[in-house]
Design a protein around this ligand. Structure first.
Ligand SMILES: *Cc1c(COP(=O)(O)O)cnc(C)c1O
Length: 239
């Protein structure tokens, strides 16, 4: 195998240490934070390595790529994290081990997920993606719509909203996105007080996951810091 196992091992070690440190800093139990390994554009060998090392969940952002990887590794717990088109929902619901969709961002998508889940006799866990910073050209529902969306979604028997997710704007320093994570956590708190059962907060990626943990993230989505550069990026670099 061409990739260096010792390199991957030390990356994993360092990420886990950083997660622990960030959690401890705010007196949280590191054990309550899920490290979602974002494996898009990464080869199956690296996924296998981290799976053997105990990582349980892997995230993909394109349905086609997930289907290919799922065919090869149906036992892994897969998360879908990318923008999801309605006509692709059926592929995800066929995968028993696609265990969480992070990117519910419209009502029509909710209805389609519910409809397809019913056909498979399952209740599909999802996260509601919120466009916290109100950026244009950004997926996610607006902050003001969250409560009504959650209330309406109670009528969908085959889909369960387990929490909230956000994609922070790209910035130079992680501290700049703290208000975004803080806001998402505040929305969750408010909605919990209103009786919505939102366990998860999916926020934080390679360059800002420590800040996200300090603000309450329960799932951090980490790609490049764990795996190294994605294949396409490596190719682009070579050019
Ligand atoms: C690619 C991706 C990530 C991981 O990004 P890195 O910066 O490589 O850690 C996290 N979340 C989503 C939705 C992504 O598409």
């Amino acid at each position: 195998m061409h990739l260096l196992e010792s390199d991957l091992k030390s990356r994993l070690f360092h990420i886990e240490e950083r997660i622990k440190k960030a959690a401890t800093k705010v007196k949280r139990d590191p054990g309550e934070i899920v490290l979602l390994a974002v494996s898009k554009n990464q080869p199956i060998e690296k996924i296998d390595f981290f799976y053997r090392k105990g990582l349980q969940y892997f995230g993909e952002n394109r349905v086609q790529e997930l289907r290919e990887k799922y065919r090869q590794r149906p036992d892994i717990g897969w998360h879908f994290i990318g923008h999801l088109q309605r006509n692709k929902v059926k592929y995800l619901l066929r995968m028993d081990n696609c265990v969480l969709i992070h990117s519910l961002d419209s009502w029509s998508l909710a209805e389609e997920i519910n409809r397809r889940a019913a056909r498979h006799n399952r209740v599909m866990p999802v996260l509601l993606e919120v466009n916290v910073a109100g950026e244009r050209n950004k997926q996610g529902i607006r902050v003001e719509e969250v409560e009504d969306f959650l209330a309406e979604a109670r009528n969908l028997n085959n889909m369960e909203i387990r929490g909230l997710m956000t994609m922070a704007p790209y910035v130079e320093t992680p501290e700049e996105v703290r208000p975004v994570f803080n806001k998402l956590a505040a929305i969750r708190k408010e909605m919990k007080e209103k009786g919505f059962n939102l366990r998860e907060l999916s926020m934080g990626m390679s360059n800002d996951f420590e800040v996200a943990i300090e603000e309450g993230a329960t799932i951090v989505r980490i790609g490049t810091s764990l795996f190294g550069l994605r294949e396409v990026e490596e190719i682009q670099r070579e050019v």
